[in-house]
Design a protein around this ligand. Structure first.
Ligand SMILES: Nc1ncnc2c1ncn2[C@@H]1O[C@H](COP(=O)(O)OP(=O)(O)OP(=O)(O)O)[C@@H](O)[C@H]1O
Length: 204
């Protein structure tokens, strides 16, 4: 469902990761690993089409991708219910009845989202993924601010709802999500320092 071929991605015009290829079949996730600054966010943004690749191709079904960044992306002046209804409407989807329990939001439905705690905001931000109906998810550190219970809620939704219904996900995370998925260490794909740049090498 997702095929990445010989991708090179860049930040500020400078190559960060080079020649990455992988397939993610329907129903499977891929966990991206690598130290701070290796390029996980850059790769996810490139895969999601938010910035151009320097080289290579990404293929997935049209209009099925969604990217979730570190930020929660919630509307702070709207209630929890209004937030999810808003996003469901934008994507032309119904709000699933079980979404409130799935993300432990049932008791918070009438709360103004701006008054939620950091972890509650994150649960609401993740619940958006459960109402937009997109099959191909690019997730950047989805569990930031979550306690262990909430990480398990998210992992349950990912494994038993999203992946079980044929979705895919590429996830950058530093923690063990408890999701059964192959891992890709990005360290070997780190781009070589710019050739031809204004380096001292030219004068040695
Ligand atoms: N706007 C920018 N312009 C130039 N370079 C940038 C910019 N943003 C990030 N970088 C650099 O690009 C490289 C890749 O950053 P990226 O955020 O993709 O890494 P990451 O693996 O997601 O890191 P982390 O684990 O810390 O979130 C880093 O060296 C970073 O300093």
């Amino acid at each position: 469902m997702l095929r990445v071929s010989n991708m090179t991605c860049a930040r500020g015009g400078i190559p960060v990761l080079s020649d990455i290829s992988f397939d993610v079949p329907a129903g499977q996730a891929l966990i991206l690993r690598g130290p701070n600054g290796i390029g996980k966010t850059t790769l996810l943004r490139t895969l999601a089409g938010l910035q151009p690749a320097l080289a290579g191709e990404v293929e997935h079904p049209a209009d099925e991708a969604a990217y979730a960044s570190h930020a929660d992306g919630i509307k702070t002046a709207l209630s929890v219910t209004e937030n999810l209804t808003f996003w469901a409407d934008v994507y032309g989807q119904p709000v699933p009845d079980d979404i409130w329990d799935t993300f432990d939001l049932a008791d918070l439905r009438e709360r103004i989202a701006g008054t939620l705690s950091a972890g509650q905001k994150r649960r609401l931000g993740l619940a958006r993924l459960g109402v937009i109906g997109r099959k191909v998810l690019f997730l950047d550190e989805p569990t930031v601010s979550l306690d262990g219970f909430s990480v398990r809620l998210f992992a349950d939704w990912l494994q038993n709802k999203h992946l079980a219904s044929g979705g895919v996900a590429v996830i950058a995370t530093h923690i063990d999500l408890g999701v059964t998925a192959p891992e890709l260490d990005l360290t070997p794909f780190k781009s070589a320092p710019e050739a031809g740049g204004a380096t001292d090498e030219a004068f040695l």
